[in-house]
Design a binder for this molecule. Structure first.
Ligand SMILES: *Cc1c(COP(=O)(O)O)cnc(C)c1O
Length: 381
Protein backbone atom coordinates (compact mmCIF):
# COMPACT_ATOMS: atom_id res chain seq x y z
CA UNK A 1 0.00 0.00 0.00
CA UNK A 2 2.73 2.50 0.92
CA UNK A 3 6.07 2.63 -0.89
CA UNK A 4 9.41 2.61 0.88
CA UNK A 5 9.93 6.24 -0.10
CA UNK A 6 6.58 7.22 1.36
CA UNK A 7 7.37 5.46 4.62
CA UNK A 8 10.76 7.15 4.79
CA UNK A 9 9.02 10.48 4.28
CA UNK A 10 6.45 9.66 6.98
CA UNK A 11 9.30 9.02 9.41
CA UNK A 12 10.44 12.62 9.05
CA UNK A 13 7.00 14.05 9.84
CA UNK A 14 5.36 14.82 13.13
CA UNK A 15 2.73 12.21 13.90
CA UNK A 16 -0.17 11.70 13.93
CA UNK A 17 -1.32 13.07 10.58
CA UNK A 18 -3.81 12.35 7.85
CA UNK A 19 -2.49 11.21 4.53
CA UNK A 20 -4.61 11.33 1.38
CA UNK A 21 -3.93 9.39 -1.79
CA UNK A 22 -5.25 11.78 -4.43
CA UNK A 23 -4.55 9.35 -7.24
CA UNK A 24 -6.94 6.88 -5.67
CA UNK A 25 -9.47 9.67 -5.21
CA UNK A 26 -9.18 10.53 -8.91
CA UNK A 27 -9.63 6.89 -9.86
CA UNK A 28 -12.72 6.65 -7.67
CA UNK A 29 -14.11 9.80 -9.25
CA UNK A 30 -13.47 8.33 -12.71
CA UNK A 31 -15.66 5.37 -11.75
CA UNK A 32 -18.37 7.67 -10.44
CA UNK A 33 -18.23 9.57 -13.73
CA UNK A 34 -18.22 6.43 -15.84
CA UNK A 35 -21.12 4.72 -14.11
CA UNK A 36 -23.07 7.64 -12.64
CA UNK A 37 -22.59 11.00 -14.35
CA UNK A 38 -22.43 9.44 -17.81
CA UNK A 39 -25.95 8.07 -17.30
CA UNK A 40 -27.13 11.62 -16.69
CA UNK A 41 -27.33 11.17 -12.93
CA UNK A 42 -26.61 14.23 -10.79
CA UNK A 43 -24.28 13.46 -7.94
CA UNK A 44 -23.67 15.65 -4.92
CA UNK A 45 -20.72 14.94 -2.69
CA UNK A 46 -21.71 14.94 1.01
CA UNK A 47 -19.21 17.55 2.16
CA UNK A 48 -19.59 16.52 5.80
CA UNK A 49 -17.55 13.39 5.01
CA UNK A 50 -14.46 15.46 4.16
CA UNK A 51 -14.17 19.19 3.65
CA UNK A 52 -10.51 19.58 2.70
CA UNK A 53 -10.03 22.09 -0.09
CA UNK A 54 -7.66 19.79 -2.06
CA UNK A 55 -10.22 17.04 -2.05
CA UNK A 56 -13.13 19.32 -2.84
CA UNK A 57 -11.25 20.77 -5.80
CA UNK A 58 -10.88 17.33 -7.38
CA UNK A 59 -14.51 16.55 -6.70
CA UNK A 60 -15.55 19.83 -8.30
CA UNK A 61 -13.40 19.17 -11.36
CA UNK A 62 -15.00 15.75 -11.73
CA UNK A 63 -18.36 17.47 -12.09
CA UNK A 64 -20.05 16.58 -8.81
CA UNK A 65 -22.17 19.01 -6.82
CA UNK A 66 -22.37 19.28 -3.04
CA UNK A 67 -24.75 18.08 -0.35
CA UNK A 68 -24.60 20.25 2.78
CA UNK A 69 -26.01 19.85 6.27
CA UNK A 70 -25.08 23.26 7.68
CA UNK A 71 -24.85 26.89 6.60
CA UNK A 72 -21.10 26.85 7.08
CA UNK A 73 -20.87 23.93 4.67
CA UNK A 74 -22.79 25.95 2.06
CA UNK A 75 -20.29 28.78 2.47
CA UNK A 76 -17.37 26.38 2.28
CA UNK A 77 -18.74 24.82 -0.92
CA UNK A 78 -19.19 28.24 -2.51
CA UNK A 79 -15.68 29.29 -1.47
CA UNK A 80 -14.36 26.14 -3.11
CA UNK A 81 -15.96 27.12 -6.40
CA UNK A 82 -19.16 25.08 -6.46
CA UNK A 83 -22.12 26.86 -8.03
CA UNK A 84 -25.23 27.54 -5.93
CA UNK A 85 -27.27 25.45 -8.37
CA UNK A 86 -25.09 22.43 -7.46
CA UNK A 87 -25.91 22.65 -3.76
CA UNK A 88 -28.55 20.71 -1.84
CA UNK A 89 -29.09 21.48 1.84
CA UNK A 90 -30.44 18.82 4.22
CA UNK A 91 -30.57 18.61 8.02
CA UNK A 92 -33.29 18.29 10.66
CA UNK A 93 -32.35 21.44 12.53
CA UNK A 94 -31.67 24.26 10.09
CA UNK A 95 -31.47 27.61 11.88
CA UNK A 96 -33.05 30.77 10.45
CA UNK A 97 -29.58 32.07 9.77
CA UNK A 98 -28.64 28.95 7.80
CA UNK A 99 -31.89 29.07 5.83
CA UNK A 100 -31.16 32.68 4.92
CA UNK A 101 -27.69 31.71 3.66
CA UNK A 102 -29.33 29.17 1.35
CA UNK A 103 -32.04 31.59 0.22
CA UNK A 104 -29.67 34.46 -0.44
CA UNK A 105 -27.44 32.25 -2.54
CA UNK A 106 -30.37 30.67 -4.41
CA UNK A 107 -29.21 27.09 -3.79
CA UNK A 108 -30.56 24.22 -5.84
CA UNK A 109 -32.73 22.75 -3.10
CA UNK A 110 -33.63 22.80 0.55
CA UNK A 111 -34.18 19.20 1.51
CA UNK A 112 -36.84 19.76 4.16
CA UNK A 113 -37.20 17.29 6.97
CA UNK A 114 -40.44 18.33 8.70
CA UNK A 115 -43.73 20.15 8.16
CA UNK A 116 -42.60 22.61 10.81
CA UNK A 117 -39.46 23.42 8.81
CA UNK A 118 -41.51 23.91 5.62
CA UNK A 119 -43.61 26.56 7.38
CA UNK A 120 -40.54 28.40 8.64
CA UNK A 121 -38.84 28.21 5.26
CA UNK A 122 -41.97 29.55 3.58
CA UNK A 123 -42.16 32.44 6.00
CA UNK A 124 -38.49 33.37 5.63
CA UNK A 125 -38.63 33.08 1.83
CA UNK A 126 -41.74 35.24 1.76
CA UNK A 127 -40.04 37.86 3.90
CA UNK A 128 -37.04 37.87 1.55
CA UNK A 129 -39.26 38.10 -1.51
CA UNK A 130 -38.06 34.71 -2.76
CA UNK A 131 -39.46 31.34 -3.64
CA UNK A 132 -37.45 28.49 -2.11
CA UNK A 133 -36.77 25.35 -4.11
CA UNK A 134 -37.71 22.39 -1.97
CA UNK A 135 -37.28 18.65 -1.99
CA UNK A 136 -39.11 16.94 0.84
CA UNK A 137 -37.09 14.34 2.66
CA UNK A 138 -39.36 11.40 3.28
CA UNK A 139 -38.75 8.68 5.77
CA UNK A 140 -39.38 5.49 3.76
CA UNK A 141 -39.15 3.14 6.78
CA UNK A 142 -36.55 0.99 5.04
CA UNK A 143 -34.13 -1.02 7.17
CA UNK A 144 -30.59 -0.21 6.06
CA UNK A 145 -29.03 -3.16 7.94
CA UNK A 146 -26.15 -1.06 9.20
CA UNK A 147 -25.05 0.16 12.65
CA UNK A 148 -27.98 1.67 14.53
CA UNK A 149 -26.22 5.03 14.89
CA UNK A 150 -25.96 5.37 11.12
CA UNK A 151 -29.43 4.11 10.23
CA UNK A 152 -31.61 7.06 9.27
CA UNK A 153 -34.61 5.77 7.33
CA UNK A 154 -36.75 4.11 10.02
CA UNK A 155 -39.80 5.61 11.76
CA UNK A 156 -37.85 5.72 15.01
CA UNK A 157 -35.16 7.96 13.47
CA UNK A 158 -35.37 11.74 13.69
CA UNK A 159 -34.79 12.24 9.95
CA UNK A 160 -37.32 13.00 7.23
CA UNK A 161 -41.08 13.32 7.12
CA UNK A 162 -42.98 10.20 8.05
CA UNK A 163 -45.17 8.93 5.23
CA UNK A 164 -48.06 8.89 7.75
CA UNK A 165 -47.97 12.66 7.39
CA UNK A 166 -48.48 12.69 3.60
CA UNK A 167 -52.02 14.14 3.69
CA UNK A 168 -50.87 17.07 5.84
CA UNK A 169 -47.76 17.46 3.67
CA UNK A 170 -49.83 17.66 0.46
CA UNK A 171 -52.10 20.28 1.98
CA UNK A 172 -49.15 22.34 3.10
CA UNK A 173 -47.42 22.11 -0.29
CA UNK A 174 -50.60 23.39 -1.95
CA UNK A 175 -51.01 26.21 0.57
CA UNK A 176 -47.51 27.60 1.02
CA UNK A 177 -46.81 30.10 -1.73
CA UNK A 178 -43.13 30.85 -1.16
CA UNK A 179 -41.88 27.34 -1.68
CA UNK A 180 -41.68 25.38 -4.91
CA UNK A 181 -41.68 21.58 -4.75
CA UNK A 182 -38.89 20.21 -6.94
CA UNK A 183 -38.52 16.66 -5.77
CA UNK A 184 -38.51 14.01 -3.10
CA UNK A 185 -35.44 13.07 -1.15
CA UNK A 186 -34.31 10.03 0.81
CA UNK A 187 -31.24 9.00 2.72
CA UNK A 188 -31.62 5.73 4.58
CA UNK A 189 -28.29 5.39 6.34
CA UNK A 190 -24.60 4.97 5.83
CA UNK A 191 -22.06 2.18 5.26
CA UNK A 192 -24.67 0.06 3.48
CA UNK A 193 -22.80 -2.78 1.80
CA UNK A 194 -25.72 -4.96 0.80
CA UNK A 195 -27.68 -3.60 -2.16
CA UNK A 196 -31.02 -5.00 -0.99
CA UNK A 197 -31.95 -1.95 1.14
CA UNK A 198 -31.38 0.23 -1.93
CA UNK A 199 -33.68 -2.01 -3.96
CA UNK A 200 -36.33 -1.64 -1.26
CA UNK A 201 -35.79 2.11 -1.41
CA UNK A 202 -36.41 2.13 -5.17
CA UNK A 203 -39.67 0.25 -4.75
CA UNK A 204 -40.81 2.63 -2.02
CA UNK A 205 -39.79 5.65 -4.12
CA UNK A 206 -41.84 4.36 -7.06
CA UNK A 207 -44.93 4.05 -4.83
CA UNK A 208 -44.44 7.44 -3.26
CA UNK A 209 -43.88 9.14 -6.59
CA UNK A 210 -47.32 7.88 -7.70
CA UNK A 211 -48.90 9.34 -4.58
CA UNK A 212 -47.41 12.74 -5.36
CA UNK A 213 -48.58 12.54 -8.97
CA UNK A 214 -52.10 11.63 -7.87
CA UNK A 215 -52.06 14.90 -5.93
CA UNK A 216 -51.04 16.82 -9.03
CA UNK A 217 -47.34 17.24 -8.20
CA UNK A 218 -44.86 16.59 -10.97
CA UNK A 219 -41.47 15.82 -9.47
CA UNK A 220 -38.55 17.34 -11.36
CA UNK A 221 -36.17 15.15 -9.47
CA UNK A 222 -35.82 12.13 -7.27
CA UNK A 223 -32.92 12.25 -4.80
CA UNK A 224 -31.91 8.85 -3.47
CA UNK A 225 -29.28 10.09 -1.04
CA UNK A 226 -26.04 8.30 -0.26
CA UNK A 227 -25.03 5.56 2.08
CA UNK A 228 -23.04 3.22 -0.13
CA UNK A 229 -20.45 1.43 1.99
CA UNK A 230 -16.78 0.60 1.64
CA UNK A 231 -14.63 -2.40 2.55
CA UNK A 232 -13.07 -1.56 5.90
CA UNK A 233 -11.80 -5.10 6.53
CA UNK A 234 -9.70 -5.28 3.39
CA UNK A 235 -9.25 -1.90 1.70
CA UNK A 236 -6.59 -3.17 -0.71
CA UNK A 237 -8.98 -5.79 -2.04
CA UNK A 238 -11.58 -3.15 -2.86
CA UNK A 239 -9.98 0.30 -2.99
CA UNK A 240 -12.86 1.56 -5.15
CA UNK A 241 -16.43 0.53 -4.38
CA UNK A 242 -18.36 -1.19 -7.14
CA UNK A 243 -20.12 1.91 -8.44
CA UNK A 244 -21.36 0.04 -11.49
CA UNK A 245 -23.38 -2.35 -9.33
CA UNK A 246 -24.74 0.56 -7.29
CA UNK A 247 -25.91 2.67 -10.22
CA UNK A 248 -27.10 -0.37 -12.20
CA UNK A 249 -29.45 -1.20 -9.37
CA UNK A 250 -31.13 2.20 -9.53
CA UNK A 251 -31.28 2.12 -13.34
CA UNK A 252 -33.02 -1.20 -13.12
CA UNK A 253 -35.49 -0.59 -10.30
CA UNK A 254 -36.34 3.09 -10.28
CA UNK A 255 -39.35 4.19 -12.37
CA UNK A 256 -38.07 7.43 -13.62
CA UNK A 257 -40.16 9.78 -15.70
CA UNK A 258 -38.97 11.38 -18.94
CA UNK A 259 -37.25 14.70 -18.24
CA UNK A 260 -36.89 13.84 -14.56
CA UNK A 261 -33.48 14.18 -12.92
CA UNK A 262 -32.07 11.53 -10.63
CA UNK A 263 -29.82 12.76 -7.85
CA UNK A 264 -27.50 11.00 -5.42
CA UNK A 265 -25.48 12.20 -2.45
CA UNK A 266 -22.38 10.11 -2.01
CA UNK A 267 -19.95 10.71 0.81
CA UNK A 268 -18.07 7.77 2.24
CA UNK A 269 -17.92 5.75 -0.98
CA UNK A 270 -16.08 8.58 -2.77
CA UNK A 271 -13.44 9.53 -0.17
CA UNK A 272 -13.35 6.77 2.44
CA UNK A 273 -10.53 4.68 1.02
CA UNK A 274 -8.23 7.52 -0.02
CA UNK A 275 -7.36 8.59 3.54
CA UNK A 276 -5.19 7.01 6.24
CA UNK A 277 -4.32 8.18 9.70
CA UNK A 278 -0.59 7.71 10.22
CA UNK A 279 0.50 7.25 13.80
CA UNK A 280 3.52 6.25 15.86
CA UNK A 281 3.68 3.67 18.60
CA UNK A 282 4.45 5.48 21.85
CA UNK A 283 4.63 2.49 24.15
CA UNK A 284 4.21 -1.23 23.97
CA UNK A 285 2.73 -1.99 27.36
CA UNK A 286 2.69 -5.49 28.70
CA UNK A 287 -0.85 -6.55 29.58
CA UNK A 288 -2.44 -9.48 31.38
CA UNK A 289 -4.21 -11.13 28.45
CA UNK A 290 -2.71 -9.18 25.54
CA UNK A 291 -0.15 -6.42 25.19
CA UNK A 292 -1.22 -2.88 24.39
CA UNK A 293 0.20 -0.93 21.48
CA UNK A 294 -0.35 2.64 22.62
CA UNK A 295 -0.44 5.05 19.67
CA UNK A 296 -0.03 8.81 19.51
CA UNK A 297 -3.36 8.97 17.60
CA UNK A 298 -6.62 8.41 19.38
CA UNK A 299 -10.35 9.02 19.25
CA UNK A 300 -9.63 12.74 19.02
CA UNK A 301 -8.26 12.15 15.50
CA UNK A 302 -10.53 9.27 14.48
CA UNK A 303 -13.65 8.79 16.57
CA UNK A 304 -15.41 6.15 14.46
CA UNK A 305 -14.32 3.12 16.51
CA UNK A 306 -15.41 4.78 19.76
CA UNK A 307 -18.62 6.19 18.33
CA UNK A 308 -19.90 3.43 16.05
CA UNK A 309 -17.84 0.41 17.07
CA UNK A 310 -16.28 0.77 13.65
CA UNK A 311 -13.29 -1.33 12.72
CA UNK A 312 -10.42 0.20 10.76
CA UNK A 313 -7.64 -1.97 9.47
CA UNK A 314 -4.29 -1.26 11.12
CA UNK A 315 -1.21 -1.80 8.94
CA UNK A 316 2.26 -1.78 10.42
CA UNK A 317 4.64 0.17 8.18
CA UNK A 318 8.01 -0.33 9.85
CA UNK A 319 8.18 -3.86 11.22
CA UNK A 320 8.18 -7.24 9.55
CA UNK A 321 8.98 -9.30 12.61
CA UNK A 322 6.89 -12.36 13.56
CA UNK A 323 3.36 -11.52 14.67
CA UNK A 324 2.11 -10.99 18.18
CA UNK A 325 -1.32 -10.17 19.58
CA UNK A 326 -2.15 -6.58 20.49
CA UNK A 327 -4.90 -4.29 21.60
CA UNK A 328 -4.23 -1.15 19.59
CA UNK A 329 -5.28 1.86 21.63
CA UNK A 330 -4.99 5.64 21.73
CA UNK A 331 -3.72 7.92 24.49
CA UNK A 332 -7.07 9.51 25.41
CA UNK A 333 -8.65 9.08 28.84
CA UNK A 334 -11.56 6.93 27.67
CA UNK A 335 -11.71 3.14 27.50
CA UNK A 336 -13.51 3.38 24.18
CA UNK A 337 -10.36 4.97 22.78
CA UNK A 338 -9.43 1.64 21.22
CA UNK A 339 -8.83 0.97 17.53
CA UNK A 340 -8.58 -2.83 17.57
CA UNK A 341 -8.67 -5.57 20.19
CA UNK A 342 -6.70 -8.81 20.04
CA UNK A 343 -5.30 -8.43 16.53
CA UNK A 344 -2.21 -10.10 15.16
CA UNK A 345 0.46 -7.65 14.00
CA UNK A 346 4.19 -7.83 13.34
CA UNK A 347 5.98 -7.31 16.64
CA UNK A 348 5.98 -3.63 17.52
CA UNK A 349 8.33 -1.39 19.40
CA UNK A 350 8.32 2.24 20.43
CA UNK A 351 8.67 4.46 17.36
CA UNK A 352 7.11 2.08 14.83
CA UNK A 353 4.70 3.64 12.36
CA UNK A 354 1.22 2.33 11.67
CA UNK A 355 -1.43 3.33 9.14
CA UNK A 356 -5.04 3.28 10.23
CA UNK A 357 -6.75 2.70 6.94
CA UNK A 358 -10.00 3.78 5.26
CA UNK A 359 -10.08 7.00 7.25
CA UNK A 360 -10.89 9.43 4.43
CA UNK A 361 -14.55 9.81 5.37
CA UNK A 362 -15.80 10.97 8.77
CA UNK A 363 -12.21 10.94 10.05
CA UNK A 364 -10.44 14.27 10.07
CA UNK A 365 -13.76 16.16 9.94
CA UNK A 366 -14.87 14.60 13.22
CA UNK A 367 -11.63 15.32 15.05
CA UNK A 368 -11.98 17.15 18.33
CA UNK A 369 -10.00 19.18 20.81
CA UNK A 370 -10.76 16.87 23.73
CA UNK A 371 -7.82 16.74 26.18
CA UNK A 372 -6.75 20.00 24.51
CA UNK A 373 -5.35 18.02 21.62
CA UNK A 374 -4.04 19.94 18.65
CA UNK A 375 -5.71 19.51 15.27
CA UNK A 376 -3.48 17.32 13.13
CA UNK A 377 -2.08 18.19 9.72
CA UNK A 378 -2.91 16.54 6.46
CA UNK A 379 -0.62 15.63 3.62
CA UNK A 380 -1.44 14.64 0.07
CA UNK A 381 0.26 12.46 -2.48
C1 LIG B 1 -24.36 12.03 5.41
C2 LIG B 1 -25.33 12.18 4.32
C3 LIG B 1 -25.06 11.65 3.06
C4 LIG B 1 -23.81 10.86 2.73
O1 LIG B 1 -23.78 9.62 3.34
P1 LIG B 1 -22.63 8.55 3.00
O2 LIG B 1 -23.01 7.38 3.80
O3 LIG B 1 -21.35 9.15 3.43
O4 LIG B 1 -22.67 8.30 1.53
C5 LIG B 1 -25.99 11.86 2.06
N1 LIG B 1 -27.12 12.56 2.29
C6 LIG B 1 -27.41 13.09 3.50
C7 LIG B 1 -28.65 13.85 3.66
C8 LIG B 1 -26.53 12.91 4.55
O5 LIG B 1 -26.83 13.42 5.73
Amino acid sequence: MFTKDQIRHFQSLKTPFYYYDLKLLDQSLEEVKKHGLSRGYHIHFAIKANFNAEILERIRQAGLGIDCVSGAEIIRALECGFRPDQIAFAGVGKTDEEILIGLNHNIYSFNCESLEELRVLNELANREGKVANVAVRLNPNVEAKTHKYITTGLHENKFGISTDKLPQLFRLLHDLKSIRLMGIHFHIGSQIRDLEPFRQLCLRTNELQKEFEAEGFHLQHLNLGGGYGINYEDPDLEPIPDFKAFFDLFSEHLDHRDDQQIHFELGRSVVGQCGSLISRVLYVKEGVATDFAILDAGMTELIRPALYQASHRVDVLTSSKPEKTYDVVGPICESSDTFQRGIRLPELQRGDLVAIRSAGAYGEVMSSGFNLRERVKSYYS
